[in-house]
Design a protein around this ligand. Structure first.
Ligand code: HEC
Length: 150
């Protein structure tokens, strides 16, 4: 075989592999809260955390209280529209519950976030929300359901 051909054949996988990896990552990058990013189970766990840790200020129905804002509805969704679940998760982790920020575990914070998504009527899915904000940053918070990708 001609030397130049064999070099090209040897190099082929080296070039093709990174291309394949890029393709594999594309769908993950374009996920949003409309893609079923939490489970019903998780939202249920989050509901009990919420009632223990958050409801006294944010209200039983998440509609807000005397000084705490609503965690559902138009104004809340407008605040977060275009940001990511990672941003919302960090906000909760660093500042809530306001009386004792950072007291909850990552798991509890992720569960509460799942509950908030369910009250805000974003669809349930088959996998639970991540507990790492870097990974949650790949899921966009979008008020409007994006046009179907199919
Ligand atoms: C002691 C009262 C209190 C408790 C308990 C509390 N919060 Fe808050 N929360 C507030 C107040 C007041 C604000 C607005 C001022 C601020 O941002 O600190 C707020 C703001 C927020 C925001 C930002 C809302 C927005 O649209 O910008 C989120 C999200 C939030 N709280 C989530 C939670 C969660 C989840 C819990 C339970 C783990 C919780 N809070 C517990 C008082 C509370």
């Amino acid at each position: 075989m001609n030397m130049r051909y064999s070099v090209a054949i040897l190099l082929l996988p080296v070039i093709a592999t990174p291309l394949r990896l890029l393709q594999a990552q594309a769908p993950a990058d374009s996920r949003s809260v409309w893609d079923g990013v939490y489970t019903e189970e998780q939202a249920k766990r989050g509901e009990s955390v919420y009632h223990k840790e958050c409801a006294s200020c944010h209200g039983d129905m998440l509609t807000g209280g005397e000084s705490a804002p609503a965690l559902t509805g138009g104004a809340f969704q407008a605040n977060w529209n275009g940001l990511t679940l990672g941003d919302l998760f960090d906000r909760i982790r660093k500042t809530m519950p306001q009386s004792a920020p950072g007291r909850l575990t990552r798991q509890q914070d992720a569960d509460v976030l799942a509950f908030m998504l369910s009250v805000n009527k974003f669809p349930v899915g088959k996998t639970e929300l991540y507990r790492q904000s870097e990974m949650l940053k790949e899921i966009r918070f979008e008020t409007k359901r994006p046009p179907s990708k199919n």
